[in-house]
Design a protein around this ligand. Structure first.
Ligand SMILES: Cc1ncc(COP(=O)(O)O)c(C=O)c1O
Length: 393
């Protein structure tokens, strides 16, 4: 071989030896080589396990998918390039052989509302928003619109409402609709929607599952009846997560339970402290006995795990006061995400719900005085000290 050829071929396509790596390697190959065309044909035809092309399946992605499907008690999973790609895939799969109509919770992440109104509605999907915590209102909307899909979040963003997923799943089942649940805020440590009758659970793995602020990714976990269709559509659409992000996410998931338990405990302390602060108008946190969904939370959540997001309104504050308060934070990171090891604060009006018209935000109860705190794994005293000094200013 000439040097030009050596540079391209030497060292590649070595057979795995007798060694087995203890963690899954980053498989960057776009396609996979077999000793014979016969064998490749069998792999393409699913008669023999294997990988052919990374848009179809990739070993790094497949390992992550097996892991998250196990955490969520699903039949199978699809790792996607972002949480939004995962929500899109779940809804498109849910509607594949059903009426092109969605009943969606009226409290959802802003980009999910945008996906429904700016992508799916113009493509001919009817969308109706309803308070899914009001089961009678949900039933009425389902009878009126006969949806192919119901879409909700386990803990809503950012006001932390909690619907009765098992009852919502029953309503979906009776109507022949698929239930898609965004479980990003709760995580499978707290709620596993597929165990409660949902057809799909989706995550932004960017958040608690990866957990370190260095991955953008998503995952759809599905029940058995929808899995083949999810895979088929994924092959055509190509929303897949790259192998390096799959590796980082798997690495993150190994400590996810430990992080989440600590974050939940920290959030309880921070929420109680905030509730007693004179400059705080109102705290939204699922452990609050006066939470509008307290009975549901008691029924569906394990003891002492309420998630790690605390939203709160500052007293007599508008945008300038909120900006001043957030600019004064020293430890808590002002940034748009949640679920990382470090505490983070976001201003929903400016970021997660920016795309929505002010009137729409108002109807959702998202005011100019509202901030959303994602509590990290730091010492809770340090998080509280930082809030204290920022509120004092
Ligand atoms: C509840 C929820 N779902 C989905 C998403 C979208 O995830 P991603 O940013 O990974 O696309 C977010 C992002 O903040 C979110 O908060």
């Amino acid at each position: 071989m000439r040097i030009h050829t050596k540079a391209v071929h030497v060292g590649d396509r070595r057979k795995p030896g007798r060694h087995i790596p203890v963690t899954t390697p980053i498989h960057t190959a776009a396609s996979f080589f077999y000793e014979s065309m016969e064998q490749l044909d069998r792999v393409f035809g699913h008669e023999e396990p294997g990988f052919s092309y990374s848009r179809y399946e990739n070993p790094s992605a497949s390992a992550l998918e097996e892991l998250i499907a196990a955490l969520e008690s699903g039949h199978g999973a699809l790792a996607c390039a972002s949480g939004m790609a995962a929500i899109h895939m779940a809804v498109v799969t849910a509607l594949a052989d059903r009426r092109k109509s969605v009943v969606a919770a009226n409290a959802l992440y802003g980009a999910t509302v945008s996906l429904l109104m700016n992508v799916l509605e113009p493509a001919g999907v009817a969308v109706r928003f309803v308070d899914v915590c009001d089961l009678d209102a949900l039933r009425d909307a389902v009878v009126q619109t006969r949806p192919g899909c119901i879409l909700t979040e386990t803990i809503s963003n950012p006001l932390l409402r909690v619907g009765q997923i098992d009852c919502i799943a029953g309503i979906a089942r009776d109507a022949g609709a698929a239930l898609v649940v965004d479980n990003t805020f709760a995580s499978p440590l707290i709620v596993r929607p597929l165990e409660l009758g949902a057809s799909f659970t989706v995550h932004s793995v960017t958040k608690y599952l990866a957990g370190h602020g260095d991955v953008l990714g998503g995952v759809v976990v599905s029940d058995e009846p929808h899995f083949e269709s999810l895979r088929t559509l994924s092959r055509a659409i190509g929303p897949v997560l790259g192998p390096f992000e799959c590796y980082l996410t798997m690495r993150g998931v190994k400590t996810f339970v430990l992080r989440m338990e600590k974050q939940c405990a920290n959030a309880c302390r921070v929420a109680s402290w905030l509730a007693a602060h004179p400059k705080v108008e109102r705290v939204y946190f699922p452990a609050d006995p006066a939470h509008p969904d307290a009975a549901t939370i008691r029924r569906l959540f394990p003891a002492n795990l309420y998630g790690a997001i605390v939203s709160f309104e500052l007293k007599d504050a508008g945008r300038p006061e909120v900006f001043r308060f957030m600019d004064a934070l020293n430890l808590i990171v002002r940034a748009t995400s949640l679920g990382d090891v470090h505490s983070m604060m976001l201003y929903p009006v400016m970021s997660s719900h920016r795309e929505l018209a002010p009137k729409h935000r108002e109807r959702m109860g998202i005011r100019d005085s509202l901030v959303r705190l994602s509590v990290g794994i730091e010492a809770p005293e340090d998080i509280i000290d930082d809030l204290d000094q920022a509120l004092a200013g």
